[in-house]
Design a protein around this ligand. Sequence first.
Ligand code: PMP
Length: 398
Amino acid sequence: MFKHLKAVSGDPLLALIMAHKQDSNPKKIDLGVGVYKDDNGHTPILNSVKKAEAILLEQEDSKSYLGIYGATEFEGIIKDLILGEGNPLINSGRIRSTQTPGGTGALKVAADFISANLKDARLWVSDPTWGNHQSIFNSAGVEVKAYPYYDPATNGLRFDDMMATLEAEAQAGDVLLLHACCHNPTGIDLQFNHWEIITDFVNKRGLLPLVDAAYQGFGDGLDEDLAGLRHMAANVQDMLIANSFSKNFGIYRERCGGLSVIAASAPEANAAFSIIGQAIRANYSMPPAHGAAVVYTIMSDPALKAEWELEVTAMRDRINDLRAKLVAKLAASGVSKDFSFIQDQRGMFSYSGLTLEQVRKLRSEYAIYIADTGRMSIAGVSDNNIDYLCESIKKVVG
Ligand code: PMP
């Protein structure tokens, strides 16, 4: 039955992580994996999460099924977090939100919803984008097209080219995928005025925006990071938002995210939400409970919520501090390339501008593991390894 099957190569990033694990060099550095790490290279459990789990251990009294949308009380938490408490959309009836297994689950349900209900819709993604976007939408049978985004010449954004391509090629009914903040893989974000321009364009052309918010809180702040998304939500009729709690609550393996649909009216939102429910039922029936219960417990307790906000701030500050240190230490090393753009990037990742040859040399000669594209996970840098990292980059770049 399986004789004809050929093994697939899998995600090169997972291979990179494995190669780092097997490397015996004591100076090795993993800048591949996209999870937050502390100065000891450890991905900690947040104190607020530990406290919420202790409460749940005490109070949880059933493991019975929850339902396809997960815990009903979680819907309000998702809306408050992504739109901001008190946002007039929340009580308008025009937005419905469901718990999903991570941001990936939200995107998969969105892909199935789009594929089955929005005939001929194509999905526009940034070039480059998170590798799984392409896989998720292809597997749902949605054609994926790319708009220009990253400019290797300036290590910046090709906004004019992005808009020119969309202007020339995007068709009414197409879906436009945008990263809310902390763009993966480049770290280069749209600025607020870009969101304003894109919102106008979406309305003019009749596109459906799908915003992927996987790193809320990792850029400039929990509210600041979603200012563009919120502007768009307030000014379009229809929108999909896939969000992840994996990073900002550090609950990666618990698989917790949300999918929200905004429609022109409450009946339209409810109809779309019922069809999203159907897609969920056919995919995984219902989401796991624990991660959402942790998030709910934190968000509904003012003291825990305040503690969590401080913990998010600490993670964000650490990453932004590392960016500043990296830029300063690279400049001090006398390296020929100007790396100051790293400080303007946001979130866990940085397109470093290192070439494939330089990345390979760093891997083979210095045990520094960076993706072939030059994407570095800034959280993998620490006070313990930053000097070695900068010295090695100087040796390789010249
Ligand atoms: N979107 C983007 C842009 C991401 O980087 C990720 C995680 N790497 C996700 C979605 C999915 O996150 P989760 O782990 O919650 O499925």
